[in-house]
Design a protein around this ligand. Structure first.
Ligand code: ATP
Length: 330
C-alpha cells in the first residue's frame, strides 16, 4: 500500500473583495496526482510560485484541497473525523519549513520546542519524554549545552536542527522538507542536507524534498517531480532526469545548469511566467515552450509515459536526438 497518495488534487485560492476590485481565483495546484512509497525520497522542483509549497502543505494536511483526494495508508484524509486526521498527520508526518526563525516559537527553550509534540500527543511519561528529547538532540547533532537556549541564541543551522528534531519526535514515516536549506549560509547547507540523508537512511523515512535548487534535488531524490504554474509537468526516476526528460519544461529547467544537462546552448524560455489567476488554456507551458504547436492550446495534455516516468506534453522531447542537438524541432 502507498504511504501517501494524491489523486486529482486542486487548490484554488479566492482573493480580493467583491466590493473593491472584484474577486479572482488563484490556481495554486491543478489536478496533481502523486504517490509516495515508504522509504523513498521524492524531490519536487520548479520556479518560484509554481505550487511547490502548496503541494507540500497538502501532503502534511495544512492545506485542504478544493477538489481531489489525499490518502494516507489508504485512508481518505479529509473524510476522516477532524480529531483522527489531526492525530494521523501529527504523529506520522513531520514537516520542516524553509525559515526556522519563524517556524519555531522564539520564547521557548530548545528542549521545550522538541518536547512539544510529545506533550501534545501525550507520549510516554514525563521522564520518558525528557529522555526522548535528549535522544533527538543527539540524533540531529545538537550539543546538550543548547537545551536551555531560545531560538534567537542559536545559529541558523542549529535552529534547523531543532526543527528537524521536533519533526522527528513522534517517529513519523514521512518527512516533508520545504526548502529546508534555502535560508541558510552556503557553508551550512551541505551539513543539513547530509543530516537529512543520514536520518532518512537510519530511520527508514520516506521524504518529500521541495526545492528550487535542481542540483540538490537531484542529489537527494529517488524520484523527481517538475512543476510549472500549479501543474505537475513530469515525474520520473532521478536517473532519467535530465538526460531522458520528455517534457520541454524539465529540459529547460535543467539546461540552465550545464553540468547537469549538456546542450549546445541553454534553452531560454520566452516571455514571463503567466499569472496563476489566468493560466493559459490547454498546456499551461505553451506560451513559453520552444516546441509549442496549435494543438497545445486545447485541452489538458493527457498523462503519457510508462515505468514510473510520466509527463503531460503533446510534443515530448526524443531523448536520443535531444542529447545530441539540444532542443529538437516540433
Ligand atoms: N494563501 C494564498 N492566497 C492566495 N494565493 C496564494 C496563497 N498561497 C499561495 N498562493 C499562490 O499560489 C501559487 C503557488 O504558490 P506556492 O507558494 O505554492 O508556490 P512555490 O512554488 O512554493 O513558490 P516559492 O518557491 O516562491 O515558495 C502562487 O501564485 C502563490 O502566489
Amino acid at each position: 500500500m502507498n504511504l501517501l497518495e494524491l489523486d486529482g488534487v486542486h487548490v484554488v485560492h479566492r482573493i480580493g473583495s467583491a466590493k473593491l476590485f472584484g474577486r479572482a481565483e488563484v490556481f495554486a495546484l491543478t489536478d496533481a496526482s502523486l504517490v509516495v512509497d515508504p522509504g523513498e525520497t521524492v524531490g519536487v522542483v520548479g520556479e518560484s510560485g509554481c505550487g511547490k509549497s502548496t503541494l507540500a502543505k497538502v501532503m502534511v494536511g495544512l492545506q485542504k484541497p478544493t477538489r481531489g483526494t489525499v490518502r494516507y495508508h489508504g485512508d481518505s484524509l479529509w473524510e476522516l473525523p477532524a480529531a483522527q486526521r489531526a492525530r494521523m498527520f501529527g504523529r506520522d508526518v513531520g514537516m520542516v519549513f524553509q525559515d526556522s526563525s519563524t517556524a519555531l516559537n522564539r520564547r521557548l527553550a530548545v528542549h521545550r520546542i522538541i518536547r512539544d509534540p510529545l506533550d501534545v500527543h501525550d507520549e510516554g511519561t514525563a521522564a520518558e519524554r525528557d529522555e526522548r528529547v535528549r535522544e533527538l538532540m543527539s540524533l540531529v547533532g545538537l550539543p546538550r549545552s543548547v537545551a536551555d537556549a531560545v531560538p534567537g541564541q542559536l545559529s541558523g543551522g542549529q535552529r534547523q536542527r531543532v526543527a528537524i528534531a521536533r519533526a522527528l519526535a513522534l517517529r513519523p514515516s514521512l518527512l516533508v522538507a520545504d526548502e529546508p536549506t534555502s535560508a541558510l549560509d552556503v557553508s551550512v547547507r551541505a551539513q543539513i542536507l547530509n543530516l537529512l540523508l543520514d536520518l532518512r537512511d537510519a530511520l527508514g523515512l520516506a521524504m518529500v524534498f521541495v526545492s528550487h535548487d535542481i542540483q540538490t534535488v537531484r542529489k537527494m531524490s529517488d524520484r523527481i517531480v517538475t512543476m510549472y504554474l500549479g501543474r505537475i509537468a513530469e515525474e520520473a526516476p532521478a536517473a532519467d532526469i535530465p538526460d531522458r526528460a520528455r517534457h520541454p519544461y524539465t529540459r529547460a529547467l535543467f539546461s540552465a545548469t550545464p553540468s547537469l544537462l549538456h546542450v549546445a546552448e541553454p534553452i531560454v524560455l520566452s516571455g514571463p511566467v503567466p499569472s496563476a489567476t489566468a493560466p493559459p488554456s490547454g498546456c499551461n507551458f505553451r506560451t513559453r515552450c520552444p516546441k509549442a504547436a496549435a494543438d497545445c492550446a486545447t485541452g489538458l495534455p493527457p498523462l503519457e509515459g510508462e515505468n514510473g516516468h510520466t509527463y503531460r506534453c503533446l510534443h515530448p522531447e526524443v531523448p536520443e536526438g535531444a542529447r545530441k542537438t539540444g532542443v529538437s524541432t516540433p
